[in-house]
Structure formats: structure tokens, C-alpha cells
Design a binder for this molecule. Structure first.
Ligand SMILES: Nc1ncnc2c1ncn2[C@@H]1O[C@H](COP(=O)(O)OP(=O)(O)OP(=O)(O)O)[C@@H](O)[C@H]1O
Ligand SMILES: [Mg+2]
Length: 367
């Protein structure tokens, strides 16, 4: 029932457009329910700064506690969207049916002014980024057993979005801060389907293209093809980050100005892939870790058509399949303006670049 959700404790009769109740009532919303602005303010102590977890492209995330004691993450959506309530609810309905052990659960939403918000299950161990890659070194030690399980389970979540769900969802934003860790360090992918809540908003994506990401497939950075294979590329970068404990956005551990994937590919060609492994990981099975890194390189190949599907990635990670390395080709990636200017002062680079406005598309030259 909708009535319970808008100012339930208020004696004043709320005036709300009739379509909200009829639309919501018509939906089999499963466990996803509407929240009032008041309920969310109560849960987050009026969006108190001490409850702020972080800020992303769509808005700010706060931790909160619901009346029934459940911990939640409230994502306030500050990005302007011309999308109407009806369309917003249609997307929420779609998202409410998306369920998998490796996807963050959507608990509810708020459509009251001033901001729309999404309410998710709270993930106690933050994200892969905060656990492994951030500057604030946490004392979490992730051994190979945990890291490999994180890679494999994340692959399963993505395979579900790509290949089981009808219609399928291309995530568009696979990266370390969007893979969250529960109290047992089981990974769950967050922010899937978000793009569809902002059909008229390109700021989020265009900011990333102009700016920062080491996760963007070259064909996506060019502004064109957004397919499952762009997610596969990002997932490959993520595996390498998890194994190396290094963010793709930062200079690699050797202090050189090589781009992350360039560094990884060079080590592969020299037969020294294990040099990429996080020094914090003291013991690990070399053969298996090497296989994971090679799978990552299959995912980041320059040509989208050469990258595997996510179900194939799950197989490649979980079974001791002999990888056909003769088929493996060099990665492709793009540099942002800062990386590009740093690169220019390092003429020893084995990279050739095509400048296209603000975006530099880069291919590693095969030797
Ligand atoms: N359900 C959740 N539980 C715990 N932390 C979360 C949850 N959802 C998001 N976070 C964390 O909150 C912070 C902000 O998330 P947000 O999604 O807004 O930004 P982002 O992931 O950095 O970028 P993007 O907008 O591209 O997704 C991130 O550190 C993210 O890991
Ligand atoms: Mg996010």
C-alpha cells in the first residue's frame, strides 16, 4: 500500500497526484517499497555528514538505519533528470525484479521533493576500492582465496545481468567502487540499471570520458558502441586491480609513466606477469593467479569482438581450461588529457596515439 509510505506518521492528509498510487499499486513491487522523505531523514539523522559514505556521479550516498533496525545505504540522486515519475517508477519496477546473490539489493526508493533517492542494502565492508585500492590503507588483508572469490562472484553477477536477464542490462560503470563487499567479503555489484533512470542525462558518462577512467573500453570512450563487451573490458581491468592492489587510475607501482594496461601487457610479453601481484599478498598459487591475469588480458583486448562473453569468463576463471594464448591480442585503452601530456614527455613509449578532440585513443603496438 502506498498510503503507508508518504508521511505515515502525519495526521495531515497528504495531497499527492493520483497516478502515483495507481501506478505503484499496479506494480508487483516485490520487496521494493516507497519511502517518504521524512523516513529517510530519520534513518540518516537528517543526512548528517557523519553518515556520508561518499559521492559519485549521480549524487551522495549516506548510511542509515531503518525503524526496523535494518542498515541501509541511501543514494540521493542529485543529477537533474527530466524523466517523469511514471518513467522513473517503470525503471524501479524493472530493477525490483533483478535479483542475484552478487548484485546489491534495492530495498526501496523515494520520489518526494527535493531529491529522488534509492535505498539499498548496506554493505559492511565498503567497496573493492576502499578495501584494496584507496589511499587510506585499511587494515583489511585480502588473501588470494578472498580475492579470487571476489573476481569469480563478480563475474557471475555480471554474467547474470548480461546473459540471463531479459532484457539484459549493460552496466556501463563496472569499477572498484561499484563492487561492494558484505560482512563476509562476498562481492555484490551496485549501481546496475542506474543509467536507465537518467535517459536524458549524459553528464555522468561524458564527465568520465573527459576525465579519469582507466576502465573505459576504447570503442566506448569514442562515444559510440556501448555493448556488453565494454563491461567485459572494465571487468578485465578490475581483475588486474584486485590482483595487483593498484588502482588503474594511478601511476603503476614501478613509478614509471606507463598506463596500467600498458604495464600489464609489457609484463605479459616479458613473461613476468607475477611482478604485477600485490606485494601485500604473501602466499598465492602462481599458476592460478597467472591464469586469472591472462583471463583479464583476454577481456581487455582492443577489438571488442575478441573479448569473451561473461559466461565464458566465469568458465575461464573457475575451470583449469588451457587458454589459447595464440589468440590473445594487445589491450586497447584511452588516455585522458593529463595522462596524454605526461606521456608526451616520455618518448620511449611503445604507444601510438590518435588525438580526437579531448580524447586520446591508444593502442599498444604489438611487438
Ligand atoms: N550499498 C552500499 N553500501 C555501502 N557503501 C556503498 C553502497 N553504495 C555505494 N556505496 C559507497 O558509497 C560511495 C559513493 O557511491 P556512488 O555510487 O555514489 O559513487 P561511485 O561508485 O564512486 O561513482 P559512480 O557514481 O560512478 O557509481 C562509494 O564509495 C561506494 O562504494
Ligand atoms: Mg557507485
Amino acid at each position: 500500500m502506498v498510503c503507508a509510505c508518504f508521511g505515515a506518521s502525519s495526521t495531515k492528509k497528504e495531497i499527492r497526484p493520483s497516478y502515483i498510487s495507481s501506478e505503484i499499486d499496479g506494480y508487483p513491487l516485490a520487496d521494493v517499497r516507497p519511502f517518504s522523505d521524512k523516513e529517510l531523514r530519520l534513518a540518516t539523522d537528517n543526512y548528517h555528514l557523519s553518515n556520508k559514505i561518499g559521492r559519485g556521479g549521480f549524487g551522495t550516498v549516506y548510511k542509515g538505519t531503518l525503524k526496523d533496525g535494518r542498515r541501509v545505504a541511501v543514494k540521493t540522486l542529485s543529477v537533474g533528470s527530466k524523466q517523469g515519475v511514471r518513467e522513473f517508477l517503470t525503471e524501479i519496477k524493472t530493477l525490483s525484479t533483478v535479483k542475484h546473490p552478487n548484485l546489491v539489493k534495492l530495498i526501496g526508493f523515494c520520489i518526494q521533493a527535493p531529491n529522488r533517492a534509492l535505498v539499498y542494502q548496506y554493505m559492511e565492508n565498503g567497496s573493492i576500492y576502499s578495501a584494496l585500492l584507496g589511499t587510506k590503507k585499511t587494515n583489511i588483508k585480502l588473501d588470494w582465496q578472498k580475492r579470487s572469490a571476489i573476481c569469480l562472484d563478480t563475474a557471475k553477477g555480471l554474467a547474470y545481468l548480461h546473459e540471463e536477464l531479459v532484457p539484459h542490462i549493460v552496466h556501463r560503470d563496472i569499477k572498484a567502487s561499484n563492487v561492494l563487499l558484505d560482512r563476509d567479503f562476498k562481492p555484490k555489484i551496485g549501481d546496475f540499471g542506474l543509467a536507465k533512470l537518467f535517459p536524458d542525462d549524459i553528464t555522468h558518462i561524458s564527465t568520465r570520458i573527459a576525465g579519469t577512467s582507466g576502465y573505459l573500453a576504447p570503442e566506448y570512450a569514442l562515444g559510440g558502441q556501448l555493448t556488453k563487451k565494454a563491461d567485459v573490458f572494465s571487468f578485465g581491468v578490475l581483475i588486474l586491480e584486485i590482483i595487483s592492489g593498484t588502482s588503474s587510475a594511478r601511476t603503476n607501482r614501478t613509478g614509471s609513466h606507463k598506463l596500467f594496461l600498458e604495464w600489464a601487457w609489457e609484463l605479459y610479453e616479458e613473461g613476468k606477469l607475477l611482478e604485477l601481484v600485490d606485494p601485500d599478498m604473501k602466499e598465492y598459487p602462481e599458476k592460478e593467479v597467472t591464469r586469472y591475469m591472462k583471463v583479464a588480458l583476454f577481456c581487455t583486448q582492443s577489438a571488442a569482438s575478441r573479448r569473451p562473453l561473461m559466461t565464458q569468463v566465469v568458465d575461464m576463471l573457475s575451470k583449469e581450461i588451457q587458454l589459447n594464448e595464440k589468440e590473445l591480442t594487445a589491450p586497447g585503452f584511452f588516455m585522458d588529457a593529463i595522462q596524454f601530456s605526461q606521456k608526451k614527455s616520455y618518448p620511449d613509449s611503445s604507444i601510438s596515439q590518435i588525438r580526437d578532440g579531448h580524447v586520446s585513443i591508444t593502442m599498444v603496438n604489438p611487438r
